[in-house]
Design a protein around this ligand. Structure first.
Ligand code: GLC
Ligand code: MG
Length: 526
């Protein structure tokens, strides 16, 4: 019985989250940009897959300088995505299917077009001046510190009219909100409350390690280990700009608010950092985020020894009772099926690992289709990161291309001209993949069905059994139920590791003694 209860009340432990990037999921009105009605029209896909919750990237009013991560009204809907009625209808449809809905909260910055920032910049005496982070220039007129923005350039922009600089962790059009100001903080918490009252089940919290900067902070020191990776922003340490102590207090406040609802609202935190930094977001005694995203595998070398050591390090670092989670991709990072990551042949192994490690998995839309990075012709590049720092591999357009639903013009995504090109290969098209029992789509479906059937795969313990340069093998145990997972990262046959009933193989039903090249297996151990 306890198991059933758990399933009801703690869906975020046993369930799987599916990330929708709304511009690229489904377009209903032919403007080439996905929208809320489009999402609602394709909910069958999620039910077919068997995921439990949906997180939708921002669809709030936005000048779209950072494609919705520059919000000009936190409680509205951008007309490109629809309106509040469309939202209510979508939420009802999602709930009617027994799914949960998480939205995306962008706490660290608004758009420069947000009325709050317009007021803040209007004069030094405006009541909202302190809702953003303002400082005087250095005596020579230059920016107050050496802080570098994530998308390149100084993190300070001069407001000529009032003679001060404002801070922005990302684009100049994304001024950072001052969470140390109690009124700004209250206004941001009100935003959460508005959406909770509308019925959403929780939030993914954007870029939260940047929520607070040291108000007295001087220059950030150089990063002694920097070799060019990550671009200029990584050339400095985040001493005054990231993971400030107060940031964790903000996570606690969000959780406290979420706890005033029944069932409590769920928070997934987005923060890139060391394991130690990221797990601090769990809080003390579970008073922080339910699931601070674990990005250890999102850029890891696709090598079983490396991956197993990251899994072990994460398992060992988790505080008692903290629930783990795993992510292989999102709208910011190279797709897992791309050659630079696991690659096409290994994508099924990656999916099996994501859905059988201990912890809540998040699937980024298109992973279940084996989508790869799509090459974007230079004239179609729209991501500001690529535009500001061209040719350094930061561009995110290749991982944000629309889904192909049918063998139709633009994959049936739109009747118009899509905002980014659609990958029209039939092997990434939903309708084609559905018909093929051995497709990566049906593998995801089978894996998710297995997770729903086998508590060992959701609630069970984790133990690494063996790893070498080809095969990573682990066990998941729950009571008497023991399940082994063996993943062959190589293109050679390898010994099977586990004996028992094969519950699922990435290579289909036919049983073989050895693991086949690129095969992953889930085995019931006796
Ligand atoms: C997060 C988002 C990313 C966005 C950035 C600024 O990292 O995932 O897409 O550009 O925050 O909001
Ligand atoms: Mg549209």
């Amino acid at each position: 019985m306890t198991m059933v209860d758990k399933h009801d009340t703690e869906w975020w432990k046993t369930g799987t989250i599916y990330q929708i990037y709304p511009r690229s999921f489904m377009d209903s009105d032919g403007d080439g940009i996905g929208d809320l009605k489009g999402i609602e029209s394709r909910l069958d896909h999620l039910t077919y897959l068997g995921v439990d919750a949906v997180w939708i990237s921002p669809f709030y009013p936005s000048p779209m300088k950072d494609f919705g991560y520059d919000v000009s009204d936190y409680t509205g809907i951008d007309p490109v995505f629809g309106n509040l009625d469309d939202f209510e209808s979508l939420l009802a449809a999602i709930h009617a299917r027994g799914l949960k809905l998480l939205l995306d909260f962008v706490p660290c910055h608004s758009s420069d077009q947000h009325p709050w920032f317009q007021a803040s910049r209007s004069s030094r005496d405006d009541p909202k001046r302190d809702w953003y982070i303002w400082r005087d220039p250095k005596p020579d007129g230059s920016p107050p510190t050496n802080w570098i923005a994530e998308f390149g350039g100084s993190a300070w922009t001069l407001d000529e009219a009032t003679g001060q600089y404002y801070y922005h962790a990302f684009l100049p059009e994304q001024p950072s909100i001052n969470w140390l100001n109690p009124d700004a903080r209250a206004a941001m918490l009100d935003v959460l409350q508005t959406w909770f009252d509308r019925g959403v089940d929780g939030f993914r919290v954007d870029a939260v390690e940047n929520a607070v900067v040291n108000p007295e902070g001087g220059d950030n020191p150089p990063n002694p280990n920097w070799q060019g990776e990550g671009g200029p922003p990584r050339s400095l340490l985040g001493t005054h700009t990231k993971y400030q102590a107060e940031t964790f207090e903000i996570a606690r406040e969000m959780r406290r608010l979420g706890r005033t609802y029944h069932p409590e609202k769920v928070f997934v935190g987005e923060a890139y950092g060391t394991i130690e930094e990221v797990i601090r977001f769990y809080g003390d005694d579970h008073d922080g985020f339910h699931l601070p995203f674990n990005f250890l595998l999102i850029g890891a070398e696709w090598n079983p020894l490396v991956i197993a050591s990251l899994v072990d390090a994460y398992e060992a670092a988790l505080p008692a009772g903290a629930w783990p989670n795993w992510v292989l991709g999102n709208h910011d990072r190279a797709r897992i099926a791309s050659a630079s990551r696991a690659g096409r042949a290994q994508a099924p192994v990656a999916a099996m690992m994501l859905l059988t490690l201990r912890g809540t998995p998040t699937i980024y839309q298109g992973e279940e289709l084996g989508m790869e990075n799509v090459e974007i012709p230079p004239e179609r590049v729209v991501d500001p990161w690529e535009i500001n720092l061209p040719g350094q591999g930061h561009g995110r357009d290749p991982v944000r291309t629309p889904l192909a639903w049918e063998e139709a013009p633009h994959g049936g995504f739109t009747t118009g001209e899509p905002w980014l090109p659609v990958d029209l290969r039939s092997e990434v098209t939903v309708s084609v993949l559905r018909r093929d029992p051995g497709s990566i789509l049906n593998l995801h479906r089978d894996l998710l069905a297995l997770r729903h059937r086998e508590p060992a795969l959701t609630l069970g313990d984790y133990r690494t059994v063996s790893v070498d340069d080809a095969v990573f093998a682990y066990e998941r145990n729950y009571g008497d139920s023991r399940i082994g997972v063996a993943l062959n990262f190589s293109d050679q046959p390898r010994p099977a590791v586990f004996e028992g009933e094969v519950l699922l193989s990435t290579e289909g039903d036919e049983a073989t003694d050895d693991l086949r090249p690129n095969e992953g297996r889930v085995v019931r151990l006796i």
